[in-house]
Design a protein around this ligand. Structure first.
Ligand SMILES: C[S@@+](CC[C@H](N)C(=O)[O-])C[C@H]1O[C@@H](n2cnc3c(N)ncnc32)[C@H](O)[C@@H]1O
Length: 410
């Protein structure tokens, strides 16, 4: 009996690209590597005779001892699955690398059912695919004819098994890590995994982990691969909104969505004025602070589907948030999608004469650092061209308390 793991080597730009943005290619690969390492550990501990890895790409330091490697072969993913089952031979259980929450006990229980005479066990994924299949023996071309990555792939695979004469039983459903929302949810359900630790690192990349950690707060910097180092005023995020920020908030049209709200000082300031407002952020640490202050917030990337899309009166991109995702044109287009036809975007920009650049940066704080991620800076004078290119009009640009802001209308 074997456990067969189908995996791609965690090479930046080749794996988990659906997490980009908000992740950089390196961050996505870091998450993929952690998920693969967790999966291989569970596979090795499941009590099978062999653990076989059908790998696309080179092995790396993430590969534990005791795993046999076979190279993936075939044009389509289905053909590769058929080839991997033929290479592994015999009865076994096969999984991918997108379910790091699956424990050795879950795999062992499936192997026991196979041992007890089950012919085929198929585990549905919550996105409509499947996360595991156990077979006494795999008929040829079991997978190749089934279309992959569709919301009905799991059901189509089940029908294919039945059509080939197999009696199919179900394994419990699991959530696949596909989007950043999946990554956050799966890390939450399996907090002791390497994957959860990698997601927590990601949080440091997004600044959240530095908040509330006194040592980190005072040493936090943003370092670019080009060598520039910008101090980060982490304590500002946890303070109340300043007079300049309150003056800016007075320009907003309800309801307001704060994109990358951090610990929620603007959400709180608006709610105190009776303005309906939602904060959105990917950082669980930052959102914990926001909730403690009574802010209404949602843990989600701003690039993922959001409630009220097309109906928000205003969106905020404050304190460097024009940098989110590393492509300001894409970000302004995304904001346009979220706002109604009369929507207003209030955005913080760089000082006049400061650089407008796309950078790869990481957060360093308290002797630790997060992974590299993409970020951008946009100087006050450059917001005009950017706005025009993305269907916005700049209504005002002003300085206050040594910071610069712009009001964009449709
Ligand atoms: C510089 S802080 C600004 C916080 C807040 N706007 C303020 O002024 O206090 C940037 C925030 O953006 C969040 N962030 C980064 N990428 C994001 C994304 N794709 N979706 C949502 N939030 C994101 C980070 O987690 C962080 O809390």
């Amino acid at each position: 009996m074997h456990v067969l793991v189908m995996a791609q080597a965690p090479v930046p730009g080749r794996v988990k690209t659906r997490l980009c943005p908000p992740c950089s290619a390196e961050q996505a690969a870091h998450l993929a590597e952690a998920a693969l390492a967790d999966t291989l550990t569970a596979a090795l501990d499941a009590g099978a005779d062999r653990c076989v890895l059908a790998l696309e790409g080179p092995p790396g330091p993430w590969l534990p001892a005791g795993v046999e490697i076979v190279a993936q072969r075939g044009d389509s993913f289905g053909a590769r699955l058929d080839a991997a089952w033929a290479d592994a031979g015999g009865p076994g259980l096969q999984i991918g690398m997108d379910t790091p929450q699956v424990t050795s006990a879950i795999l062992a229980a499936a192997l026991d059912r196979l041992d007890d005479g089950a012919e085929c066990l198929l585990g549905p994924a919550t996105d409509g695919g499947w996360w595991a299949i156990a077979l006494r023996s795999a008929p040829p071309a079991l997978f190749a004819p089934v279309p992959m990555s569709r919301p009905d792939t799991g059901e189509l695979q089940r029908r294919r098994c039945v059509a080939l004469g197999l009696t199919v039983e179900a394994l419990a459903p699991q959530r696949d890590v596909d989007s950043i929302a999946d990554a956050l949810a799966v890390a939450g359900m399996a907090p002791d995994t390497r994957f959860a630790a990698a997601v927590a690192d990601l949080d440091l990349g997004f600044v959240g982990a530095a908040i509330g950690d006194r040592a980190a707060e005072h040493t936090a910097v943003l370092r670019a691969t080009t060598g520039e180092v910008v101090p980060l005023d982490v304590t500002r995020w946890t303070n109340e909104a300043t007079p300049a920020e309150r003056a800016l908030l007075a320009r907003s049209v309800a309801p307001v969505v704060d994109l990358g709200c951090g610990p929620g000082r603007h959400v709180v300031a608006l709610a105190e004025r009776g303005v309906p407002v939602l904060g959105v952020d990917v950082s669980p640490a930052a959102l914990g602070h926001a909730r403690d202050r009574g802010a209404t917030v949602l843990e989600r990337s701003i690039f993922e589907p959001l409630p009220g899309s097309g109906r928000w009166g205003s969106a905020l991109l404050l304190d460097g948030n024009i940098g989110i995702g590393g492509d300001p044109a894409r970000l302004l287009a995304r904001a346009a999608e979220l706002l109604g036809p009369t929507g207003r975007l209030l955005v913080e920009v760089g000082d006049p004469g400061s650089p407008s650049v796309q950078l790869t940066v990481r957060v360093e704080a308290g002797g630790r650092h997060g992974p590299w991620f993409d970020w951008s800076l946009v100087a006050a004078e450059d917001i005009h061209a950017l706005a025009t290119a993305t269907g916005w009009k700049v209504s005002d640009v002003w300085g206050d308390e040594g910071r610069w802001f712009a009001q964009l209308d449709r």
